[in-house]
Design a protein around this ligand. Structure first.
Ligand code: AP5
Length: 242
């Protein structure tokens, strides 16, 4: 008889038992712009009850609040380049101090350079009792990525992610959940996407090779319905943790 895995997906409502039984540990979601990291992180938060830490979201919050970091980050993000390792590492370090990360966390969009990866590896190695990090990279082809980026719309209230071509809201431009007017990220243009892709190929692709070489890495096809991609990630994490 098959035994249910503590990390396996479960219907809404059964999540609390799973959340206390399993300790998913730190998971890195890697992949190109628009591949579905944020969408999948939200699915895994619901399943595992551990927080999503999106460096893109944290930086955008700093930009919106006009902090010193936000003022530095704004132009860099608009060019599709990366904010410096030291600033991003410091931001992640502060977030990892929060108690909700004790059972694990999902890092979405971090690390993005080998410098960030080395910093994270050292930090986790120095954290007593921390499970080793596992990394999952999502794969989607270039044409589909462009469609995902240019069609993306976000709810500024609940952060739900839509796509006018692929995952449209019931009423155009309005969030299904709270009725807020959806917004488009300023870096979701074709021009900026091309810059982000170049940055990804040059600086982030080596991070994938870094975790592949450590043997704590899996690749999951992202061009499937959201629930199927999430099931693929859960299965990959179970395998890597076994
Ligand atoms: P960030 O916000 O991290 O952007 P990104 O990596 O380019 O990723 P995205 O958020 O664009 O895409 P995603 O993979 O989360 O896709 P999503 O789930 O939304 O970073 C922005 C900027 O901040 C960077 O360019 C950089 O300047 C800076 N930055 C961030 N982190 C940094 C770091 N560590 N170091 C330095 N600088 C940093 O999905 C995309 C679309 O596809 C949506 O419309 C969604 O509805 C749709 N979709 C998703 N999955 C599916 C599916 N299965 N089927 C159909 N549609 C789907």
């Amino acid at each position: 008889m098959a035994t249910a895995s503590p990390l396996a997906s479960a219907p809404a409502g059964a999540g609390n038992a799973l959340q206390t039984a399993a300790r998913p540990g730190p998971l890195l979601l890697l992949g190109a712009p628009g591949v579905g990291k944020g969408t999948q992180a939200k699915e895994l938060v619901r399943l595992w009850g551990i927080p999503q830490i999106s460096t893109g979201d944290l930086l955008r919050a700093n930009v919106a609040q006009g902090t010193e970091l936000g003022m530095i980050a704004k132009e860099i993000m608009q060019r599709g380049e990366l904010v410096t390792d030291s600033l991003v590492n410091e931001m992640v370090a502060a977030r990892l101090e929060e108690p909700d990360t004790a059972r694990g966390f999902i890092l979405d969009g971090f690390p993005r350079t080998l410098g960030q990866a080395n910093w994270l590896d050292e930090r986790l190695a120095a954290t007593p009792g921390a499970l080793p990090v596992v990394a999952v990279s999502l794969k989607v082809d270039y044409t589909q990525l462009l469609r995902r980026i240019t069609g993306r719309r976000n709810c500024p209230v609940c952060q739900r992610i839509y796509n006018i071509y692929l995952q449209a809201p019931r009423q155009e431009g309005i969030c299904d959940d709270d009725g807020a007017v959806l917004i488009q990220r300023s870096d979701d243009t074709q021009l900026c996407f091309e810059g982000r892709m170049a940055t990804y190929e040059n600086l982030t692709a080596p991070v994938i090779e870094h975790y592949r070489a450590l043997g704590r890495f899996a690749e999951v096809h992202g061009d499937k319905p959201v629930a199927e991609v999430a099931a693929g990630i859960v299965s990959a994490v179970e395998h890597l943790r076994a």
